[in-house]
Ligand binder design. Structure first.
Ligand code: PLP
Ligand code: TYF
Length: 393
């Protein structure tokens, strides 16, 4: 049966992690996969998660099934986290999913069922898995102008000019904050302009928000999404607890459907549950149970917010430190790193230069020029600054 299969194409980011692990050099540096690391280079379990786990151990009495939508306490908490104070709250429904990845796929499947000839518009470039997931659901994919390789910021004008051509058969995917891979985010004015275009021309926004709290903090990172949710009739959101709760392997996320009424949102939720039943049936519980515990306890919520703030603060210091170290070497060509948001920056390095970083310096970065700032250790800043200048000279 399987002999006719051709070998699978490996995910470029996951393959990079494997290559890094196999590299025997002691001073190697992993700036590839999007995982937050502390000053010691570790990805520790967050304090709030640790405390919630202790509580769960004491209070959980069964591992029996939860239900197709996962934990409704978690679902409600995610909605509150993203949409508190928003008028969209009352016309939204949430399904717990295995990570944002699960949410992306369920929502893409839902769109395909509702309107099979939909085209999903992605930022150019976008998260490596966006295109494969959308295409696996049977949707067409096209890219809209986003990152300007010269300024290393969003080319807002080109983006809005292209999005003005999207219509009722289109879905426009936006990164809620901390754009992956570039680190270049749209402004609040862009959110307003895209909202106006959606209302005028009838496309549906699809927001993927996987890094809430890593850019400018919890409130500000969700501001664009909340404005849009308040002002459009229909949109969907995929969200993740992988990064901001450090729950990567626990596969914790949610799909949110915002519609013109609670009834319509619930109908869409029902269809997602049918889709889940025909694939994984139910999401894993553990991560969602922890998040629900944290977000429904004032003290745990505060512990979580404080730690997230520290992580966010550390990323800002790393961005500043790296830019300064490069400047001290007489170059301002990487100043944009300080302006970028979240874990990643696309540096503009060519695949050849990225290879040189890896071969000559043991620095692992993604082939498209992306570096994970949150993977950097303070004592390696100088080494990285020198290497970046050397390979681009
Ligand atoms: N969306 C974006 C933009 C991401 O960067 C990631 C990264 O992991 C995901 C979705 C998937 O997240 P999860 O681990 O929750 O599936
Ligand atoms: O972009 C990243 O590095 C993260 C992690 O197939 C990731 O989003 C990378 C590749 C992948 C799944 C997750």
């Amino acid at each position: 049966m399987f002999k006719s299969l051709s070998p699978a194409q490996l995910d470029p980011i996951l393959s990079l992690s494997i290559a890094y692990r196999e590299d025997p050099r002691e001073n190697k540096m992993d700036l590839g996969i999007g995982v937050y690391r502390n000053s010691q280079g570790e990805t520790p379990i967050m304090q709030a998660i640790y405390q919630a786990e202790q509580r769960l151990l004491q209070t959980q009495t069964t591992k029996s099934y939860v239900g197709l939508a996962g934990s409704e306490v978690f679902n409600q908490s995610m909605m509150d986290l993203l949409l508190s104070g928003s008028s969209a709250h009352a016309r939204s429904a949430v399904v717990q999913t295995p990570g944002a990845s699960g949410a992306l796929r369920m929502l893409a499947d839902l769109i395909h069922i509702a309107q099979p000839d939909t085209t999903v518009w992605l930022t150019n470039p976008s998260y490596v898995n966006h295109k494969p997931v959308m295409e696996a659901s049977g949707l067409k994919v096209k890219f809209y102008p986003y990152f300007d390789p010269d300024t290393k910021q969003v080319n807002s004008q080109a983006m809005l000019a292209e999005l003005a051509k999207a219509g009722p058969k289109d879905v426009v995917l936006l990164h809620g904050c901390c754009h992956n891979p570039t680190g270049a985010d749209i402004s609040f004015e862009d959110w307003q302009a895209i909202t106006a275009l959606a209302n005028k021309n009838g496309f549906m926004p699809f927001v993927d928000i996987a890094y809430l709290g890593f850019g400018d903090g919890l409130e500000q990172d969700g501001a664009g999404l909340k404005f849009m949710a308040d002002n459009v009739e229909e949109m969907v959101v995929a969200t993740s607890c992988s990064k901001n709760f450090g729950l990567y392997r626990e596969r914790t996320g949610a799909a949110i459907i915002i519609s013109d009424s609670q009834q319509e949102a619930q109908k869409a939720k029902g269809r997602i549950l049918t889709l889940a039943r025909s694939s994984y049936t139910m999401p894993p519980d553990h991560g969602a149970a922890l998040v629900a515990e944290i977000l429904n306890d004032q003290q745990l919520t505060q512990t979580w917010k404080d730690e997230l703030d520290q992580m966010h603060g550390r990323i800002l210091r790393l961005r500043k430190g790296l830019t300064q170290a490069i400047r001290q070497r007489g170059s301002d060509q990487f100043d944009f790193i300080e302006q970028h948001k979240g874990m990643f920056s696309v540096t503009g390095l060519t695949p050849k230069q990225i290879l040189a970083l890896r071969e000559q310096y043991g620095i692992y970065a993604v082939g498209d020029g992306r570096i994970n700032i949150a993977g950097l250790q303070e004592q390696h800043i100088d080494h990285l600054a020198g290497a970046l200048i050397s390979v681009t000279r």
